[in-house]
Design a binder for this molecule. Structure first.
Ligand code: NAG
Ligand code: NAG
Ligand code: NAG
Ligand code: NAG
Ligand code: NAG
Length: 431
């Protein structure tokens, strides 16, 4: 239940699959004693910022903690689950809605009246993914990963407060997309669809791939479902670059979650697909589980998260049927990959549009869980912690300052000053 800011020059928001921290209530005198101490390195934390939420600032990024501190290496234990027995101000971190490491930038991002709304929409205890905001309809579409065979997508009508929720199915149905993007250029939602079930209702057959959906009519059509005859393992998330190519990550979560019948046939990779010609090209094979994907606003930097921290080996979950009780036999390997990587993007080739990515570097390591969906904000960076694991995020509203966090068993709404990019003018002509 915390948001933290840091000093990255890049403007990223990553959803991390994290465990829920326990809320602790401070006794009033502890809170009063700690309130307003904005200087020095001790205590570690102090109250700061607007009163519309509990905002906690952390001195010097908490880089020195009393030596009795400890943290369980289990990535499911959140940052707030750190034990700091010799500094009672740590209680402020545990009960915070927003935690700021860089106070000045953090307060700018929070704005005058930050608010977090938890549990306003009741959902199944399954993974929610691919939040897509369609401005013309003022609707947020959210997919659900499970249970096997379920084809419904949640539609949240944001013209009402709280939003009215309905279930929709596309025509033909697409089976459990995990990533989605609204393309303002053609008014279609592009989905990374990892479900692959040869025995869907009505004899429907589907391979994992990329489909696009008209949000007004819910008509769906496939644009990609193989690589030269090989099954894709399960496109997980996608983005569209400044020349109109779709970049997507491929993972085999669908197989281990029991919503795909085919094991992976190729190395898990990051790919580029050009819808105008149908050409598909491998871009990177170096990540263990390439997951969230986004470009900087000038189109010159590519970001991809690696969620390799999560392991399912030896595949215990296939067909487990335990979709209402996540995480299903999910294992975390605390020393496994859990970082966001960046690359420089250059354009070469006969048409000057052929991408070449170089200069891979790691830019962030998740504080808990594994990094999942990734979006670039208009004006800042935030790490947001909720009371449920978050798989992906999306902004909505006229000013794009409402952020929706969707994940396992929960949808959380945050109102603050961190704005989403206007997707109709995402690329700002850096090239
Ligand atoms: C505030 O921080 C200062 C500087 O480290 C410290 O000496 C002081 O004890 C703190 N005050 C309170 C009320 O915690
Ligand atoms: C801040 O946290 C305290 C203790 O949990 C709670 O009583 C209070 O309502 C919270 N304030 C806001 C604005 O949420
Ligand atoms: C499919 O998902 C919808 C929406 O969450 C839910 O109402 C329905 O019960 C689910 N169907 C099954 C068979 O679980
Ligand atoms: C495939 O679909 C059928 C019918 O909806 C469902 O019963 C089954 O569990 C699904 N299998 C997998 C592996 O998703
Ligand atoms: C955990 O991940 C690291 C780094 O990828 C790897 O070397 C190690 O073998 C993994 N451990 C287990 C138990 O899977």
């Amino acid at each position: 239940m915390a948001i933290s800011t840091s000093l990255f020059a890049t403007f990223l928001v990553a959803a991390v699959a994290s465990a829920s921290p326990t809320a602790h209530v401070l006794s009033p005198n502890v809170a009063a004693r700690l309130a307003g101490n904005s200087s020095g390195e001790s205590p570690v934390a102090y109250q700061c910022g607007p009163k519309t939420a509990n905002v906690t600032c952390i001195n010097r990024y908490g880089s020195f903690l009393p030596p009795s501190f400890s943290r369980d290496p289990d990535p499911a234990v959140g940052y707030t689950g750190t034990k700091v027995p010799d500094d009672s101000s740590w209680e402020l971190v545990k009960q915070a809605d927003f935690v700021l490491f860089d106070k000045k930038r953090g307060l700018e991002i929070l704005g005058p009246a930050p608010k977090i709304h938890r549990g306003i929409i009741s959902v199944l205890n399954v993974i929610h993914e691919a939040p897509v905001y369609v401005p013309e309809l003022n609707k947020l579409f959210v997919t659900q990963d499970g249970p096997p065979g379920n084809l419904s997508i949640l539609s949240l009508d944001l013209n009402n407060d709280p939003p009215t929720v309905s279930l929709v199915e596309t025509d033909p149905p697409i089976y459990q997309p995990t990533g989605g993007l609204y393309n303002a250029k053609d008014g279609m939602i592009y989905y990374a669809v990892h479900g692959n079930n040869a025995s869907l209702p009505g004899g429907l057959q589907q391979h994992a791939g990329i489909a696009r959906v008209n949000p007004k009519t819910l008509k769906a059509e496939w644009v990609l479902n193989n690589y030269h005859g090989f099954n894709l393992a399960g496109p997980n998330d996608l983005t569209i670059d400044d020349v109109g190519d779709i970049w997507f990550t491929d993972t085999d979560y669908a197989y281990v979650l029991g919503v795909s019948e085919s094991p992976k046939q190729l190395q898990l990779s990051t790919w580029r697909f050009r819808p105008s010609t149908g050409q598909i090209q491998i871009m990177d094979t170096s990540l263990s589980y390439p997951n969230g994907i986004a470009f900087s606003r000038d189109g010159r930097t590519l970001y991809v998260t690696d969620s390799g921290l999560e392991s399912y080996s030896p595949i215990p979950t296939r067909g487990a049927g335990d979709f209402y009780n996540y995480p299903i036999n999910l294992q975390f390997n605390s020393t496994g990959p859990r970082s966001i990587f960046a690359w420089d993007v250059a354009r070469k080739g006969h048409d000057g549009k052929h991408p070449v990515i170089t200069g891979k570097r790691v830019i962030f390591q998740a504080l808990e869980g594994a990094p999942d969906g990734l979006k670039v904000a208009a004006n800042g960076i935030a790490r947001i912690q909720t009371s449920h694991p978050v798989e992906n995020i999306q902004w909505s509203g006229r000013d794009l300052k409402t952020l929706w966090l969707v994940g396992v068993g929960g949808i959380t709404k945050v109102e603050f000053n961190l704005a989403g990019p206007d997707l109709a003018h995402y690329y700002n002509g850096g090239r």
